[in-house]
Design a protein around this ligand. Structure first.
Ligand code: GLN
Length: 491
C-alpha cells in the first residue's frame, strides 16, 4: 500500500476528493508517523489527536453529503505555535505562556479550517520566534531529520522538521527575518514568506509587527502555493493587511513547473559576494544559476549597496518593536504568574514572572530594544536603523526596475550541529544574512531546495517585488522541475 505520509498535499487532496481514501485515514497515517518518529525529531509541542480526527471526520461527512470540497480538504497541516488556536495550547515556545489556551483562533487558523484542512498540532519554535536554530525554545530543541545532531533552522524549525520527517505534508510558519525560509533551506523543504500584509497577523503573537509575516511551508512549490492561496488575502482585523487579492501563485507554480523561464530576467546581488558563506553553499547556488539560465532565464548582476547594513538595522528594529510588544506579558493577563502570594506588590510579581518566564535571548532583545528606543539614544540607533531600512527599500526598487526577481542562497551555511552557535549571539544572527533585506523591504521571498553540500540540503532564495509573489513561485517551480524534491536519509 502507498504510504500516505510520503505524498504531496496535492495528491492527498485528490485522493480524498475522489473517495479513494478518507480524510480520517490520511490523518491517522500522519498521527501514527508522529508517534513513531517525533521522540527523535521533537517537531511538535502539542499534538491535537482528538481535534484532528474530529476535523477529518467532518470533511469525510461533507464529502459523503456531496459537498464540493476545497483544493486542500482533508490534508493535514502543522501550525507553528506562534498562532493562536482556540482552546488548544499556544506557548510561542516560551514558559511565560505555558498552559495558556487562547479564547480565539488566528485568521489563518480559521481559513485553514474553512478550507477543510486538518490541524495536527502546534510546532516547536525559538522562544517568541527569536532565533535561527529552534535551540531557544523553552521546551528543548527540534532535531533536523537529515541528521538529528543538527539544527533544523529557526525560528520555525518545528514546522520545517515536521515536513522533512514526513509527519505533515503542509505547515505554517512566520517570517520576521527569515524564520520560514532558513528552516526550509536547511531541511530541504520549501518555505515562502509572502508580501508583508499579504497574510493576516490577526492572532499571530507579535514579535516585530512591521516585519512579522505568516506563510506557507511544504515539500513542493505547488503545495506551498496552494496553501498560500488558502491562507492569504485581505483581513479587516489586521490594520496592515493589503486590501487586494493574493496574486495567482498556484497558476504561477504550474507555469514554472513547465520548466520554461524564457523572458524572465533574474538578478544576482553583487554585494552578496559569498563572503561569510560556506563554499559548498556557494557552489550549489552557482550550479542552480546555470540551471536557471539553461531554462531560458536571463541572468544579470545588480547592485544593492545597502544590503550589507541590513543585519545591523534589523537587529535594532526587531528588538525595538519586541521590547514594546512583549510588555503585555506581565503575569496578569496570560499564562505564567510567579510570586503572587498576597504579600508582594504588582511590580514584584511582574518582575518575578518575567525573570522566570523569559529565556536569555528574549531578555537580551528586550534590553537592546529598550536601549535603542530610549531618549538620548533613539536618533543614534532606532532612527538610524529606520533610515537604513529606507535605503534598502530603494535598493530593491532600483533592482526591480532592471530585473523581474533577485536570487541568492537562502542562508550562508547548511544545518550546523546543535550547540555550535549558541555561545555567541552574533554567530546565530549571521544565519539571516541573506533573508533579512526582504523583510525590511516588505517583499516576498521563497526558499527552494537547490542542491546538497556535504550531504546536507542547500536552499536557493527568490526575492520578488511587493505583491508579485507569483513571480517567485514561477522561478522556484522551474528550478524544482529540474532538481526535484529532497528526501532525507531514513530516520
Ligand atoms: N533569526 C531571526 C531572529 O532571530 C529571524 C526570526 C524570525 O524570522 N522570526 O530574529
Amino acid at each position: 500500500m502507498t504510504d500516505l505520509t510520503r505524498m504531496t498535499a496535492t495528491d492527498l487532496a485528490g485522493l480524498v476528493a475522489s473517495g479513494e481514501t478518507s480524510a480520517v485515514e490520511v490523518t491517522r497515517a500522519h498521527l501514527d508517523r508522529i508517534a513513531a518518529v517525533d521522540d527523535r525529531v521533537h517537531a511538535f509541542l502539542h499534538v491535537d489527536t482528538e481535534g484532528a480526527l474530529a476535523a477529518a471526520r467532518a470533511v469525510d461527512e461533507r464529502r459523503a453529503a456531496g459537498e464540493q470540497l476545497g483544493p486542500l480538504a482533508g490534508v493535514p497541516v502543522a501550525v507553528k505555535d506562534v498562532l493562536t488556536t482556540k482552546g488548544v495550547p499556544t506557548t510561542v515556545g516560551s514558559k511565560i505562556l505555558e498552559g495558556w489556551r487562547p479564547p480565539y483562533d488566528a485568521t489563518i487558523v480559521q481559513r485553514l479550517q474553512a478550507a477543510g484542512t486538518v490541524m495536527l498540532g502546534k510546532t516547536n519554535m525559538d522562544e517568541f520566534a527569536m532565533g535561527s536554530s529552534t535551540e531557544y525554545s523553552a521546551y528543548g530543541p527540534t532535531h533536523n531529520p537529515w541528521d538529528t545532531d543538527r539544527i533544523p533552522g529557526g525560528s520555525g524549525g518545528g514546522s520545517a522538521a515536521a515536513l522533512a520527517a514526513y509527519e505533515a505534508p503542509l505547515a505554517i510558519g512566520s517570517d520576521t527575518g527569515g524564520s520560514i525560509r532558513q528552516p526550509g533551506a536547511v531541511t530541504g523543504t520549501v518555505g515562502a514568506k509572502p508580501t508583508y500584509g499579504g497574510t493576516s497577523r490577526y492572532g499571530l503573537v507579535a514579535f516585530s509587527s512591521s516585519l512579522d509575516t505568516p506563510g506557507p511551508c511544504a515539500r513542493t512549490v505547488l503545495d506551498a502555493a496552494l496553501l498560500h492561496q488558502v491562507i492569504g488575502g485581505h483581513d479587516p482585523r489586521d490594520s496592515t493587511s493589503i486590501p487586494q487579492p493574493v496574486p495567482d501563485v498556484v497558476a504561477a507554480a504550474k507555469l514554472g513547473a513547465t520548466g520554461d523561464l524564457t523572458g524572465v530576467k533574474l538578478g544576482i546581488v553583487r554585494e552578496f559576494t559569498g563572503e561569510g558563506a560556506e563554499p559548498g553553499v556557494m557552489a550549489a547556488f552557482r550550479e542552480s544559476v546555470d540551471t536557471l539560465a539553461k531554462l531560458g532565464a536571463e541572468i544579470v548582476e545588480v547592485s544593492c549597496p545597502h544590503f550589507r547594513y541590513a543585519l545591523p538595522a534589523y537587529y535594532l528594529i526587531a528588538p525595538s518593536e519586541c521590547s514594546s510588544n512583549l510588555a503585555r506579558f506581565d503575569g496578569v493577563r496570560f499564562g505564567l504568574r510567579v510570586g503572587d502570594d498576597g504579600n508582594r506588590s504588582l511590580e514584584e510579581v511582574m518582575s518575578l514572572t518575567r525573570e522566570a518566564g523569559f529565556g536569555a535571548e528574549v531578555k537580551r532583545r528586550i534590553m537592546v530594544g529598550t536601549y535603542a528606543l530610549s531618549s538620548g539614544y533613539y536618533d543614534a540607533y532606532y532612527g538610524q536603523a529606520q533610515k537604513v531600512r529606507t535605503l534598502i527599500t530603494r535598493d530593491f526598487t532600483t533592482a526591480f526596475e532592471q530585473v523581474d526577481a533577485l536570487i541568492s542562497p537562502t542562508t550562508p551555511f547548511v544545518a550546523f550541529p546543535i550547540g555550535a552557535r549558541t555561545a555567541d549571539p552574533y554567530q546565530m544572527y549571521l544565519a539571516d544574512l541573506f533573508t533579512i533585506p526582504t523583510n525590511l523591504y516588505g517583499g516576498p521571498g521563497i526558499s527552494v531546495p537547490c542542491g546538497l553540500s556535504e550531504g546536507l540540503p542547500v536552499g536557493l532564495q527568490v526575492m520578488a517585488p511587493t505583491m508579485a509573489d507569483d513571480r517567485m513561485y514561477r522561478v522556484a517551480a522551474a528550478l524544482e522541475s529540474v532538481v526535484g524534491t529532497f528526501t532525507p536519509p531514513a530516520l
